[in-house]
Design a protein around this ligand. Structure first.
Ligand SMILES: [Zn+2]
Length: 195
């Protein structure tokens, strides 16, 4: 009986490891199959009319030292953009979704993969493993339960490992070379103010 339980336990652990490997393989396969994408703006119409960049890439940040994403806010300022829809900027694969907080999506761009993280969401509509078309509603703008005025903090990370960037990730944002892991999202996104 004791041996049977040990074998059963070992069997369960093997199945768990096997299914994790399969999901990793599927994820890689989907990544390879993702079509090239051109980006839309993540809020408003495709070029973000009605919104502005409240804080740019690498601006000073009180907590992290350098701001390694961009903050997008509604031109009405304050919490006027609270609950506004956030759209997938391209055709992507959801890598990680944390309910009512943030989600990370892989995109294929110029033959490379990048991982975009959408932070401070009020509601997240997607789950990890979901394929999302360009312009698909994926979340709404939040204010981290009142910790900030509502805005979308958007990061684009060059590292497409299973880690999702930001909270809980292995990246130390205060490292001097941390900005090298990130893209400045602003030049990659179409934006009305540049036109
Ligand atoms: Zn920010």
């Amino acid at each position: 009986m004791k041996h049977f339980l040990i074998i059963l336990l070992f069997g369960c652990l093997s199945i768990k490891t096997y299914s994790q490997n399969v999901s990793e393989q599927l994820k890689r396969l989907k990544l390879i199959m993702l079509p090239e994408t051109t980006f839309r703006f993540p809020v408003g119409d495709s070029v973000g009319n009605g919104y502005y960049i409240a804080k740019g890439f690498q601006e000073e940040h009180s907590y992290f030292g350098k701001h390694l994403g961009i903050d997008i806010s509604g031109i009405g300022k304050g919490n006027s953009d609270l609950g506004d829809t956030i759209y997938s900027i391209g055709y992507g694969l959801v890598a990680f979704a944390y309910p009512d907080e943030y989600l990370a999506v892989y995109y294929k761009y110029n033959g490379e993969f990048l991982k975009t993280v959408y932070y401070h969401c009020d509601t997240v509509f997607c789950k990890a493993g979901e394929l999302v078309p360009k312009g698909y509603p994926i979340a709404t703008i939040g204010n981290s339960k009142g910790a900030y005025l509502a805005h979308l903090h958007l990061e684009m990370i060059k590292d497409t490992s299973i880690y999702f960037g930001g909270y809980g990730d292995s990246h130390d944002y205060s490292e001097p070379d941390a900005p090298l892991l990130f893209y400045d999202p602003e030049p990659l996104l179409p934006f009305h103010e540049k036109q």
